[in-house]
Write a protein that binds this ligand. Sequence first.
Ligand SMILES: Nc1nc2c(ncn2[C@@H]2O[C@H](COP(=O)(O)OP(=O)(O)OP(=O)(O)O)[C@@H](O)[C@H]2O)c(=O)[nH]1
Ligand SMILES: [Mg+2]
Length: 428
Amino acid sequence: MRIGLVGKPNVGKSTTFSALTQTPVDIANYPFTTIDPNVGVAWIPLRQDCACATLRDKKESDGRLESVSVDDPRNGSICNPNTGSCVSHNRLVPVTMIDVAGLVPGAHEGRGRGNQFLSDLARCDALIQVVDVSGSTDIEGNPVGSGGSNPVEEHEFLLGELDAWIRGIIESSWQRGARRVQSEGEKALVTYLLDQLSGIGASELHVSAGLSSVSSNHPDAGVPWNWGKEELTTLSQEIRAALFPICVAANKADRAADGVWDELQTMVEASGGILVPTSAEAELALSRASAAGLIDFRAGQSSFTISEAGESKLSGAQREALSKIANTLEKWSGGGLIGLVGDIVFEQLNRRVAYPVQDETHWVDGDGNILPDAILIPEGTTAKGLAYAVHTDLGDGFIRATDARSGRVIGADHEVQNGDIIRIHAKT
Ligand SMILES: Nc1nc2c(ncn2[C@@H]2O[C@H](COP(=O)(O)OP(=O)(O)OP(=O)(O)O)[C@@H](O)[C@H]2O)c(=O)[nH]1
Ligand SMILES: [Mg+2]
């Protein structure tokens, strides 16, 4: 799972990235601070209790485990995650985040960093546009104090650049590609588009969505090799929308009047996206204080408590600054940045979780680790699909699987449900 952070320069993409991934990166109040992309991992809580909660209940009722002790640092969790962590059955799973250079008008023609970073985004499952709702920067990212670009303008410009970028790829040898339809039939168009766009992650689904949008919006378009700019724009827009669902972090909300983002919110939601007001700077400050052990703070929440170390080290002024920050974050609903990433993963991209295990009785791997993996899979993934998600060899050698919760044997085509614990039997 990969999510790209995009937007014009100087809006807070790197600040957002740093708050989400706890990775230190360059942040500064001028355009093009970031040139080469930053890649890191954000840890996202599952929306339901980790399956280790069920296992604990079973063990407790069988008399094989004492109930949770008051001083248990994991507050009841008994799984052994290979990656991430689990406390209070709150299991964290990894989502790769990519922070790229800012995008300026004309990027698809090579302005600013040009197409380079557009290809950095190629393999992303979704994009978050970081928008500066404080108006403190113009459309090129230069600091202006106030009255810079407006949120809707900023969003429309980004969509326009992405569309133009995709159109550029399609257009380059359109005439030749489209004429293949004459000898090879309709399917040749799909093949041509897939050839052109597979590098940016397009599949037949995306391409077909684009083509049917041209037929419904331009009924008189005629033969494809005669399509003009309008038809190709529709085609690119639709492919872009299918390929890169875009959500918005309405950032620097701490310096904006409430509601400045309302119009953009309506627009984004109308196209199926999500907008959440954020202050990446505030979240970064809390996540840094937490990493330094000064406060106990769980990402996605606005409240925190001062830790023992914090009690002795924080000055009065520092405490006041931190609680001011938390108060700011409390004003907005939406769960901040972690909440936004969670919404994208579980609601927009419909990802479900499955726990592959090697022993269906004890829910462990070959080394006795309890529920070591929590894998995000698209809704509708089959047992065999899950096997491939774990390892190609496991998919190739797939024989059957066992649903470890019920003990039932399931076949290759069985749809894995959210929270399933699955033992895969495969030829080795
Ligand atoms: N007030 C306020 N300032 C912020 C917020 N987020 C970021 N900033 C400031 O905005 C400026 C730009 O932040 P960056 O994270 O470097 O922005 P960027 O989008 O990565 O910029 P480029 O890499 O140049 O495209 C810095 O001065 C940040 O401290 C926020 O939520 N509120
Ligand atoms: Mg940056």
